[in-house]
Design a protein around this ligand. Structure first.
Ligand code: AP5
Length: 198
């Protein structure tokens, strides 16, 4: 199973990705988490990425694409992947497409979680008050100004990917404003209609 999650901040990408990765025995690759870990470890990539994360801007494509595609190659050899947060603009989508074609990899679906703006804000502002989970890179982007900027960046750069994947017959549009369990059930239901995987 090879899946992409393209949905706005706070829509439940991370929440659903963890569940789907467990269900399908595939690797969950979160680009945000990958970057936060690099920042926490003080690597050169992390040092370069920090200011973008703090502002809520996308890091430059090349900074993320090399790291992600290397992780995807590894994961694909181990049975599949779920990319949470990549691609995030048309240039990344085109790069992923070229990579998939030259490696003979076919994507099974691009999952879009549809959640209203009010609900996204409610969830993200609420999460800013949650304690940081052990082992996770700390989030420095859950304050109101940065949350609003992340949503604006999503609108401008990531939302066009919905039509991009719909046009390729790969989009799974899911109502993300239901219980966590129901969202998972709907994703699994839609996937089972298009792939033989249980
Ligand atoms: P990233 O880490 O991907 O953050 P994000 O897109 O802003 O998304 P979030 O993690 O905030 O939300 P989520 O959709 O995962 O929802 P979650 O499950 O946590 O990216 C961070 C930054 O990294 C970017 O701003 C950028 O700088 C950089 N970056 C990453 N990828 C990049 C790329 N490809 N190119 C360039 N830069 C990149 O849920 C949110 C909250 O809602 C939680 O509290 C959760 O418990 C709750 N919740 C979840 N589901 C439900 C539900 N059904 N009902 C009620 N509450 C729910």
């Amino acid at each position: 199973m090879r899946l992409l999650l393209i949905a706005p901040p706070g829509s439940g990408k991370g929440t659903q990705a963890r569940r789907l990765a467990e269900r399908y025995h595939i690797e969950h690759i979160s680009t945000g988490e990958l970057l936060r870990q690099q920042v926490a470890a003080g690597t050169p990539l992390g040092e370069q990425a920090r200011e973008y994360l703090d502002r809520g801007d996308l890091v430059p494509d090349q900074m993320i694409s090399d790291a992600v595609l290397a992780a995807v190659v590894e994961a694909d050899h181990r049975g599949g992947f779920l990319l949470d947060g990549y691609p995030r603009n048309l240039a990344q989508a085109e790069q992923a497409q070229r990579w998939a074609a030259s490696n003979g990899v076919a994507i099974d679906g691009a999952i879009y979680l549809d959640v209203s703006r009010d609900e996204l804000l409610r969830r993200l502002l609420g999460r800013g008050d949650e304690p940081v989970k052990v082992g996770k890179g700390a989030r420095t982007d859950d304050n109101e100004a940065t949350i609003r900027h992340r949503l604006a960046v999503y609108d401008a750069q990531t939302q066009p990917l919905i039509d991009y994947y719909r046009g390729r017959g790969l989009l799974l549009a899911i109502n993300g404003e239901q219980s966590v369990d129901q969202v998972t059930t709907d994703i699994v239901g839609q996937l089972s209609q298009r792939t033989p995987t249980p």
